[in-house]
Design a binder for this molecule. Structure first.
Ligand code: MLT
Length: 204
């Protein structure tokens, strides 16, 4: 997959896997990584699907209605890419934290839903429930940060709460940070994710 790799200054820090929103690229979240964990290695990936020229991580049938077959296929593809990148760049595959926004948060959620051990933890900015009616793998002890907007028209607060419940029932430790805004990724949300990472991951 098309990507940017930036080697970190502290190999004990988690590798941040950056996953952009619809219409974005692998460049978008690089400044976010600098705030969240500046010493980490960064693997920033571009989605392989194009919707009217806009990169995404999987196809959708309409706004908020996912093409489940493609979602499953693309989630496997991303997981395999992460395995290959860990070997190529000599990274600890067990120390990958996803940082996803919108469509990128949705495929990060899908990694958690489908592939045990694919992520050590995740920062999900404005995620939706990737699939329903699925038995989730054991996510015991997996830390997950969800950034959400009380007025998000794409991801309603009830959907955030549903995702929180599904992940918690699978054993994940979920922290939800609420903003009084819509779907946009705000500065204060990124700083909240950074504080969360320091207390839940970087302190061990
Ligand atoms: C999606 O399709 O993943 C969600 O609707 C978020 C987005 O607009 O990308």
């Amino acid at each position: 997959m098309q990507h940017i790799f930036q080697k970190g200054t502290d190999p004990s820090k988690p590798t941040l896997v950056l996953l952009h929103g619809t219409g974005g690229t692998e460049h978008d979240l690089l400044p976010v990584a600098q705030i969240v964990s500046p010493e980490s290695s960064v693997l920033s990936v571009r989605g392989n699907v194009l919707e009217h020229g806009m990169p995404r991580f999987f196809r959708r049938l309409s706004e908020g209605v996912f093409d489940e077959k493609d979602l499953i296929f693309r989630t496997i593809e991303l997981n395999e890419f992460l395995n290959e990148a860990a070997t190529k760049y000599e990274l600890d595959r067990n120390n990958f934290i996803a940082v996803g926004y919108s469509n990128g948060a949705n495929i990060a959620g899908s990694l958690l839903f489908h592939h045990q051990g694919s992520l050590r933890g995740a920062i999900l900015h404005h995620p939706m429930v990737p699939r329903r009616g699925l038995k989730l793998p054991d996510l015991s002890g997996t830390p997950v940060f969800i950034g959400a907007g009380r007025n998000d028209p794409i991801c309603a607060p009830q959907e955030t709460e549903e995702l929180q419940t599904l992940l918690t029932q699978a054993g994940a430790h979920v922290t939800v940070h609420w903003e009084q805004h819509g779907h946009q990724l705000t500065h204060s949300e990124v700083h909240a994710a950074s504080s969360w990472l320091q207390s839940h991951i970087n302190q061990g």
